[in-house]
Design a protein around this ligand. Structure first.
Ligand SMILES: NC(=O)c1ccc[n+]([C@@H]2O[C@H](COP(=O)([O-])OP(=O)(O)OC[C@H]3O[C@@H](n4cnc5c(N)ncnc54)[C@H](OP(=O)(O)O)[C@@H]3O)[C@@H](O)[C@H]2O)c1
Length: 282
């Protein structure tokens, strides 16, 4: 693609989530001179500049950093905390190019809230990514707003494909999706922590146990990433009848681990709905 056809992307609020997407995008070949990132603190802006070579602007040094970045952008990716999204959109609204696509990665901020805070007709997409996007192994969902054309949706999909698997979902499913893939990396890390603690309880050296747990979860994740992998089939393949793994799984089942995970995910989805309600009430 000729460089003038490559969209200029502005990451407004570039903390752990937006930096993960930014890193995935750079690894996918997006030119660094077509990326701007804004934050509040000067140290963080300097960190983004030195780590990624992109233009990093800090609100503490340049009051109109967000508006400057937004004015130059074809695609804006808003990555502030949910409570800050409305103020960010109201700040940048009049600076945006009319057709610029606004993507929000904030949990619980609905398409309706995004559209209400922006000039009428501004195309928006509600997006739910996760942090493995940093390695190009994320899951990114897209739910388009009422003024988002198919071409804009295709553009978002193309840009975000470098962060991982892109899926399109109706907005009413985003809280459920977020409870699986948005929060999900934390569940996998939690499992690794629990496995490391289990090894210690069985007498292993703590460092060795942490290494075993980490590499095992990572290795199992890599097997799951193979085409057509099926979690249940992979588990059955390493669970011999009457063997050691079967003894562990039987104990997990007896103690209701699947129900515990389902209840945890339901709590995440309910919390997202609660945050949406709080944001609506202002
Ligand atoms: N983390 C995840 O796994 C995950 C997954 C899915 C969705 N999300 C969503 O991603 C969003 C960000 O989460 P996060 O975990 O990345 O949070 P975070 O690490 O705290 O990042 C927020 C960033 O926003 C910047 N910021 C705040 N106000 C700003 C303003 N007015 N102008 C410019 N920059 C501003 C902060 O700058 P400073 O660093 O200078 O303070 C910080 O870099 C949230 O809405 C969350 O719901 C996160």
């Amino acid at each position: 693609m000729a460089s003038e056809n490559i969209p200029h992307v502005a990451f407004l609020g570039c903390g752990s989530m937006n930096e993960a997407i930014l890193a995935g995008m750079l690894a996918g070949g997006h030119p660094k001179d077509r990326i701007t990132a804004t934050v509040r603190r000067a140290e963080r802006a300097a960190e983004l500049r030195s780590r990624h070579g992109v233009q990093g602007l800090a609100g503490s040094e340049q009051e109109d950093a967000n508006r400057t970045a937004a004015a130059a952008a074809d695609v804006v990716i808003v990555g502030v905390k949910p409570v800050g999204v409305k103020a960010m959109l109201e700040e940048i609204g009049s600076a945006l190019k009319p057709g610029a696509l606004v993507i929000s990665v904030a949990a619980a901020v609905t398409v309706q809230m995004l559209e209400a805070a922006l000039p009428e007709g501004q195309p928006v997409i509600r997006c739910m990514p996760n942090t493995p996007s940093k390695l190009g192994r994320g899951v990114v969902s897209l739910s388009p707003g009422t003024s988002c054309s198919q071409a804009a949706l295709d553009e978002a999909e193309r840009l975000l494909a470098s962060a991982g698997t892109v899926v399109q979902v109706p907005e009413e499913q985003v809280d459920a999706l977020s409870a699986v893939s948005g929060s999900g990396p934390a569940y996998a890390f939690y499992l690794a922590e629990a496995m490391a603690a289990a090894g210690e309880r069985l007498g292993l050296d703590p460092q060795l146990s942490a290494l075993l747990a980490r590499e095992t979860v990572a290795g199992a994740g890599a097997m799951l990433a193979e085409p057509d992998a099926d979690a249940a089939a992979l588990r059955r393949a390493v669970t011999s009848p009457n063997g050691t793994t079967e003894a562990a799984i039987a104990e997990f089942d007896r103690r209701g681990l699947p129900v515990i995970v389902a209840d945890g995910a339901a709590a995440a989805a309910a919390r997202a709905a609660q945050i949406s309600a709080e944001l609506r009430e202002g």
